[in-house]
Write a protein that binds this ligand. Sequence first.
Ligand code: AMP
Ligand code: MG
Length: 501
Amino acid sequence: MNSPDPLTGMRLRLSELVLDNSFARLPPAHYTRMQATPLPEPYLVCASESAAALIALDSEEFKQPQFTEIFSGNARLPGSMPLSAVYSGHQFGVWAGQLGDGRAILLGEATSPLEAQGSIELQLKGAGATPYSRMGDGRAVLRSSIREFLCSEAMAALGIPTSRALCVIGSDKRVMRETPETTAVVTRMSQSFVRFGSFEHWFHQDRKEELKTLADYVIAHSYPDLQDASDPYHALLSEVTRRTAVLVAHWQAVGFMHGVLNTDNMSILGQTLDYGPFGFMESYDPAHICNHTDQQGRYAYRMQPRICEWNCFALGQAMLPLIDDVDAVYDALSVFKIAYAEKMSALWNAKLGLHVNEAHDVALTEKLLEIMAASRVDFPVFFRRLSGLKQEDPSGDAPLRDLFIDRSAFDAWSVEYRQRLRMEQSQDEARRQAMNRVNPKYVLRNYLAQAAIDKAQQKDFSEVQRLLDILQHPFDEQEENAAYAALPPDWAAGIEVSCSS
Ligand code: AMP
Ligand code: MG
């Protein structure tokens, strides 16, 4: 493995990138060694410089034909040991048995120049059928690949734990979805792609040996600090639960809806994983369902925290044979409610520009969300504008109150808010700056992604690149891009995203 020097900022050529694959050292029951299916006439759609920096890869290399060949799955990096991993899971609350990897191939891991990051796995999504594909074709369409690519990078820039995306490689090869669509491959990056469903896979087959091997691997590879805990399995469950609670608090605070919170889409690292029919909250509605396929609203915005907790319980059940004590499992899972409440209140307070926590703050936030829901106020626009509120001068409130159908509801809330600001002697300018560091101006609204996809389907990738550039600095004003922060156009309401990708 190469070890780039973080101090010299050394950048690797593609030819210098050498992989290892620690997952491939697990017993073969955990995966199938296999090659990607070649992708005919691949072309680069877009690549992320900041993702490449995670493995010290020089972005100049994006232009090399070999880059496209490697990340379409047509050529191999030295040391790569491509494999497809096995996992199962609960879909929409129902045990579904073995699910994947239906279309992802793990190439191996590169060394990060940042010591704290350790190694980073490279995975091709949409690289062809695997032994675990069930009925699927193993491919991903350009539309969903661009969405995953842009959102992974946008979430990272928002400071939310997530898998990353190095690039999208397209091809004119078509596959059938609702209509025929062209295919693409996304290269994802994460320290690990192990899911809750990877554990459930062995639990539901009553194979304790494999379950233990997997848990030991995850602890050694991704949670080395837990090796010294009195019960490392309990410590693992507790830490994954804590991270998951923190993650979903981040989602709620930024208005991100995952769309398919099945247990196979839950990362063992507590990061956002598997971008499908996700959405960002626009007109605020806590019952909003972003996934057209989710008719019951199991994964609606307001359901996400309890669904994530439910998923942790599914992981807890799967780990029961290792922890061997139901009370200890419950004890580890009890971390969820505490961690979620703590993180959520800290994030709401930061969004409101409040420094100290007061008992009444939860009620102040709840009241705000209630009046926002009644007026279907645009979520990112409201919080961004709120930073401009003057504590002692309501005369400039129009940009805020005009977002409400019931303006008097905002006026009443703003009286309470101003009182609360006075209580901690808030300073307008300092608060404005602090709020603008946590309330993004730019989020990946569905219509923005759709506009970039429409152009990309005509082989014009400029809008994908432009969105990537904008979303990598979501908190900056970027005056020249203000149109990308505006309220969505009327046609945006008609966009539907579903599981089909
Ligand atoms: P998802 O809900 O998107 O995570 O998908 C559930 C499972 O179906 C995953 O394990 C995927 O690997 C698999 N899958 C999704 N799409 C395809 C496809 N086109 N071909 C094969 N497997 C797929
Ligand atoms: Mg998935």
